[in-house]
Design a protein. Sequence first.
Length: 60
Amino acid sequence: MTGLHGAHVIIGMIVIAWLFLRGVRGDFSAKYFTPVDLGGLYWHVVDLIWIFLFPLLYLV
């Protein structure tokens, strides 16, 4: 289960790096920032799952 979560963390890091590179290129504006919102949402969902997964695996 943690391996699957780790894979999602790596995917999230790749997405954040991709968004950073697109941001440096100037691909986003005040009218077009949906990929940034979706990338942030994905990262926060992965983080939220980890908050519940950590106690389940290591503290129980």
